[in-house]
Design a binder for this molecule. Structure first.
Ligand code: LMR
Length: 394
């Protein structure tokens, strides 16, 4: 049965992780996988998470199953964090999943079930696993223009032109904030323009939100998303607690399905729970319970927001230092576009050959498309990273 099997190509991002780990050079620099790291180069357990876990250890009385769709308190806490009061709760179905990737998978599964043949329109570029999961599910997808390498910003005009041709019932996959891999986000007015366009076309947005709080702030990062959600009858939102709660390995994820009224909501809620049942039955609850505890307690929440704010500031300061250093290394402003980006990622405009050269000659690791993770930088390695980038791209 197994002897003729050909394994798949390794994931483009996770491959960098393995190659970095295998490199024996002591001064190697990891700007690859999208994981937050502190100035000490570690990925800490957040203070509020530790406190919430201690509380759960003390107070949790059962490890019995939660519902198929997860804990309704978790749904409500995350729904409010993301949407505030912009959409009435009785229009929103929710499904807890193992991580943001689980949420993406279940959202795609839902689309395939309720609208077989719907094309999912993905930003060019997007997180490679979006395309990979769509291929795995044999769902049609088509890229729309998004990133303009000439300016280093979003090509909103190209995007709107491409999306003006989508069919009714098609799905448009968007990044809620901190676009992965480019760091180029839309302005709030562009989100509003997009909402009008989708309403006109009868297309449904699916917004993947994995970095809320890493760009400008918890509310500022979702202003565009909220404007869109407010204006449309239907939307899918996929959430991750990996980054902003630092709960990577505990797999915290959620699908929110915004429906056109409570009756439709109930039907979709039933279908979502069924999808979990077919896949892994009950979703994991430990990480979700940590999140619910933090968001439901003023003290823990305040501390979480403060620590998240510190992470955001650190990323921003690394981003700015890198841009300054690249300015002095190249004697030009060609990398200034990095300062306009949001979140952990930017594409520096390296070709695959240059990415390889950076790795082989300078031990600087990044994803093959030239994506760098700013949180991989520390004050001590900004200068050598900039020197390497300038030497290779110069
Ligand atoms: C990334 O984009 O690097 C992260 O989201 C990690 C992953 O699973 O790809």
């Amino acid at each position: 049965m197994f002897e003729t099997h050909i394994p798949p190509e390794p994931d483009k991002i996770l491959r960098v992780m393995a190659e970095f780990a295998a490199d024996p050079r002591p001064d190697k620099i990891d700007l690859g996988v999208g994981v937050y790291r502190s100035e000490a180069g570690t990925t800490p357990v957040l203070r509020a998470v530790k406190a919430a876990e201690a509380r759960l250890l003390d107070e949790q009385t059962t490890k019995g199953y939660v519902g198929l769709a997860g804990d309704p308190h978790f749904h409500a806490a995350m729904r409010t964090l993301v949407l505030g009061n912009t959409v009435p709760a009785d229009r929103i179905a929710a499904l807890a999943t193992p991580g943001g990737t689980g949420a993406v998978r279940q959202a795609f599964e839902l689309i395939r079930l309720v609208r077989p043949g719907a094309v999912v329109h993905t930003s060019a570029p997007t997180w490679p696993n979006h395309e990979s999961i769509l291929d795995t599910l044999k769902m049609p997808w088509r890229p729309y223009r998004y990133y303009d390498p000439a300016t280093g910003g979003a090509d909103a005009e190209g995007m709107m032109a491409d999306l003006d041709a989508v069919a009714e019932g098609d799905v448009v996959l968007l990044h809620g904030c901190c676009h992965n891999p480019t760091g180029a986000d839309l302005s709030v007015s562009q989100w509003v323009e997009l909402a009008d366009l989708l309403a006109r076309r009868g297309a449904v947005p699916m917004i993947d939100l994995a970095y809320q709080g890493f760009g400008m702030g918890l509310d500022a990062d979702v202003e565009g998303l909220r404007a869109l959600a407010q204006r449309l009858p239907e939307a899918l939102i996929t959430l991750s607690g990996s980054k902003n709660f630092g709960l990577y390995r505990d797999r915290v994820g959620l699908v929110l399905a915004l429906c056109d009224g409570p009756t439709v909501r109930d039907a979709i809620q039933g279908r979502l729970a069924w999808l979990n049942r077919q896949t892994y039955a009950f979703p994991p609850d430990h990480g979700a319970a940590v999140v619910t505890t933090i968001l439901g307690d003023a003290g823990l929440r305040g501390d979480w927001e403060a620590e998240l704010g510190d992470m955001r500031s650190r990323i921003l300061s690394m981003r700015q230092s890198l841009a300054v250093q690249l300015r002095s290394e190249t004697g030009s402003e060609r990398f200034d576009f990095l300062t306009a980006h949001q979140g952990m990622f930017s594409r520096i405009g390296a070709t695959p050959e240059q990415v390889l050269q950076l790795r082989e000659q300078h031990a600087v690791y990044m994803v093959g498309d030239g994506r760098i993770n700013m949180a991989g930088l520390t004050p001590g390695i900004v200068a050598p990273s900039a020197r390497a980038i300038a030497a290779v791209l110069g």
